[in-house]
Design a protein around this ligand. Structure first.
Ligand SMILES: Cc1cc2nc3c(=O)[nH]c(=O)nc-3n(C[C@H](O)[C@H](O)[C@H](O)COP(=O)(O)O)c2cc1C
Length: 312
């Protein structure tokens, strides 16, 4: 029997497979479509303080090797999330996997406030499922010039430390892939007090309708996810792992167990399945089974031994 449990910076996961934010709703929408016991965690769609409408339609374009989306972080806001969504998740999903709550904001103060609310909630009944915070830093810093938080190491460090001050929950920082040297951002997260990293978020992208001579997405640009970004994500995980001891939750084009195992060998502690769920809602369970099978075939009694086991 292979031990599939891992610890992601204080988040105990029964398997190394999670779902990626924005691709698995708020955790209950896929009930009946897959075996939830195969999930070590569910990551909820991004939450901020107030409800947010997201971008205008169209917001998706399918491309060879993936998907370009510009949903624009549509969400219900923290009150609705805590009062309705989390109780519904606990009620509907038997033995609910721990939830990683993905958060975002327009200012450092907003991130810190959302983290505080989640931490307070986790000290009550909701603590059965609210077990970690994941900061999405790929959104504009409205208060300080509009660049994304994840693209300036010093701003990133300040953001992480402000959130750290407000939470005792495991703090995962989700890094932006489009930076010149990922190690600077990894170090900024370490200095800010992060417990773990997650990577990668989508890669900036654009699709043009040549007949109309217009961008396909109403927002003009969006983020590329899916198969096509996988090798780039593996390289970033590999570089980040060499620069830090922080555990890494890896994502980007996981469609089967071999994609996931690549991430683990490159240095990830766990993986998240995202866009692949849209074509096969049960895929995360298959990824989990495939990892267990690989471990058994290669003589690994614990999946944790795969982390960074690349023969360089
Ligand atoms: C439709 C869609 C919505 C997403 N929403 C979020 C989000 O709210 N917060 C976030 O941090 N990442 C979000 N992401 C990024 C994914 O969590 C993931 O990092 C990325 O898609 C790469 O993984 P994949 O190739 O397996 O999809 C979203 C991705 C997609 C496709």
């Amino acid at each position: 029997m292979v031990d599939l449990s891992v610890n992601l910076g204080g988040l105990a996961m029964s398997t190394p497979v999670a779902t990626a934010s924005g691709t698995f709703g708020y955790g209950f929408e896929y009930l009946g479509a897959l075996d939830y016991s195969k999930l070590g965690a569910v990551t909820a769609k991004g939450i901020r303080l107030d409800p947010w409408p997201g971008n205008s339609m169209p917001r998706h374009a399918e491309v060879p090797g993936g998907l370009v989306n510009a949903i624009g972080l549509q969400g219900t806001g923290i009150d609705h999330f805590l009062d309705i969504t989390v109780p519904h998740y606990m009620d509907q999903v038997k033995d609910a996997p721990p939830m990683i709550v993905n958060i975002w904001g327009g200012s450092i103060e907003e991130y810190a406030e959302v983290a505080k609310r989640l931490t307070e909630a986790s000290q009550g009944e909701s603590g059965r499922v609210i077990r970690a915070i994941e900061c999405n830093v790929s959104c504009p810093n409205v208060k300080e010039g509009g660049h994304t938080f994840g693209q300036d190491p010093e701003v990133l460090r300040r953001l992480v430390s402000a959130v750290r001050e407000k939470t005792t929950l495991p703090l995962i920082v989700k890094l932006a892939p489009n930076v010149p040297d990922i190690r600077l951002y990894v170090k900024a997260c370490e200095h800010g007090g992060a417990d773990a990293l997650s990577m990668i978020n989508t890669i900036p992208a654009m699709v043009i309708d040549i007949e109309k001579r217009r961008p396909v997405l109403a927002n003009r640009t969006g983020g590329l996810s899916g198969r096509g970004i996988h090798p780039a994500a593996v390289k970033l995980v590999y570089d980040a792992h060499k620069a830090t001891n922080l555990p890494i939750l890896a994502m980007g084009g996981v469609y089967d167990a071999s994609d996931a195992i690549e991430f683990l060998l490159a240095g990830a502690t766990a993986v998240a399945v995202g866009t692949a769920t849209f074509t096969d809602p049960s895929v995360a369970g298959k990824v989990c089974d495939g990892i267990a099978d690989y471990c058994a075939r290669h003589g690994f009694s614990s999946v944790g031994d795969l982390t960074g086991a690349l023969q360089d």
